[in-house]
Design a protein around this ligand. Structure first.
Ligand code: SF4
Length: 410
């Protein structure tokens, strides 16, 4: 059985080889910039303290020498988005990299620009990613000053040997320290990210990770299975046979254990890899899963507006040399079939699935409509999809085979 493993930020900051040659195009030519409606905004900060060997996001070790020019360029890109923005944004996600690597005064300046330049709905959800060891009292105070509603902490594990296997440099105690500082500063929503199926992990160690996480009482938890991406050092070592992945059956057992323990602790399982206390689902990620529109700022940030997807030029030095909208690459305008397929792929990741009327509306569109109708009927007969209270959703077994279902509906 295969568990679908998509990271929360996989649709926001695409992987790239550091030495790949970008082929940027004129953004203004490609994007519908004359009054673009955005539902959310993704901002990418590429700095990290250390490059973890499993990570395929665009990030690198920060030499502290380009933070100021980074923030100045970001202000310029945000001002450009502000000129074309129509309506109000509902969610912000500042990811990376490690946004909290920015010096407090620069994080303060960047968040001020985001707040002041763009239009936001009252009570907009604002999430900032952080690594535990970067959450000083000063950083926590800056986040609280800007009314950040959620901080997503990369805990990954509480077992020193598993953190070492992931090449994570933080000490497990730093997670509780960071949570304490964020709570003291007044941050109301905390997400903890965990990674399971790490080489060397056992069911017992995974249970201990879940217990340690629950003791910190976060409002939200994301649990991802480790992925061996081909463009990472870990992926290369795995391909050479130097690192052995955990068996899929154990991985499935770990996912099921998380579902049981978190469910018993009162968390709602609302997406394949995500759990939340009632009222604390991540609205920004829901926006991705519902295939809504989001703007993107920063190197390697990916955006989507009305079926048009793109990625900003993925090298900091190239991005810094430009002004206005970032040059973009990987521009893709999805046709009707592409849009329908993506809507199914993302929407079925939600545990509640998709409303029946929406499904019928989608099944009436595109050249692959009949193929999709037949596939859905077959998956229902095979017990992978079901209709519950007017919603089409994956069954528990279907969630383990979500990739196969998604591919058939693309
Ligand atoms: S801290 Fe996060 S973004 Fe930075 S290298 Fe590690 S996994 Fe990647």
């Amino acid at each position: 059985m295969r568990i679908v493993k998509l990271t929360a930020t996989s649709s926001t900051s695409l992987p790239m080889a550091p030495d790949s040659t970008p082929k940027p195009v004129e953004l203004g030519v490609e994007l519908p910039i004359n009054g673009a409606r955005g539902d959310g905004m993704y901002v990418h900060v590429p700095f990290c303290r250390h490059k973890c060997h499993y990570c395929d996001f665009y990030s690198f070790v920060d030499a502290q020498d380009r933070q100021e020019v980074f923030v100045a360029r970001m202000e310029n890109e945000l001002a450009t988005w502000a000129r074309v923005q129509r309506g109000e944004l509902q969610t912000l996600f500042v990811g990376g990299g490690t946004p909290t690597m920015l010096r407090p005064e620069l994080l303060d300046r960047m968040l001020s620009a985001i707040r002041g330049m763009l239009k936001w709905t009252a009570g907009a959800e604002w999430t900032v990613e952080a690594n535990p060891e970067t959450v000083s009292e000063e950083i926590a105070a800056v986040l609280a000053k800007h009314c950040v509603t959620r901080v997503s902490l990369g805990a990954q594990s509480f077992q020193p040997e598993l953190l070492a296997a992931l090449e994570r440099t933080h000490d497990p105690a730093s997670v509780a320290r960071a949570v304490g500082r964020l709570r003291n500063a007044g941050i109301k929503g905390i997400n903890l990210d965990l990674i399971y199926a790490v080489p060397g992990a056992t069911i017992d160690l995974w249970r201990r990770d879940l217990v340690a996480t629950l003791e910190l009482n976060p409002e939200h938890m994301s649990c991802y299975g480790l992925m061996y991406e081909s463009n990472t050092p870990l992926g290369v070592r795995h391909k050479r046979g130097e690192v052995k992945a955990i068996g899929e059956d154990v991985e499935v057992e770990m996912h099921e254990l998380a579902a049981r323990m978190l469910g018993d602790a009162g968390y709602e399982h609302y997406e394949i890899s995500n759990w939340a206390k009632p009222g604390h689902r991540c609205q920004h990620n829901i926006l991705y899963w519902n295939n809504c529109n989001w703007f993107a700022a920063g190197p390697a940030a990916s955006g989507h507006v009305d079926g048009l997807r793109w990625r900003n030029v993925p090298r900091l030095s190239d991005w810094l040399e430009t002004s206005g909208f970032a040059p973009v690459q990987d521009v893709e305008r999805l046709d009707v079939d592409g849009q329908v397929g993506e809507t199914f792929m993302m929407g079925l990741r939600l545990i509640d699935g998709m409303p029946g009327e929406r499904v019928q509306e989608l099944l009436a569109k595109g050249a692959r409509a009949t193929v999709r109708r037949i596939a859905i009927a077959k998956f229902r007969a095979d017990g992978l999809l079901e209709e519950v209270r007017g919603q089409l959703r994956l069954t528990a077994r279907g969630r383990m085979l979500a990739s196969e279902v998604a591919i058939a509906l693309l």
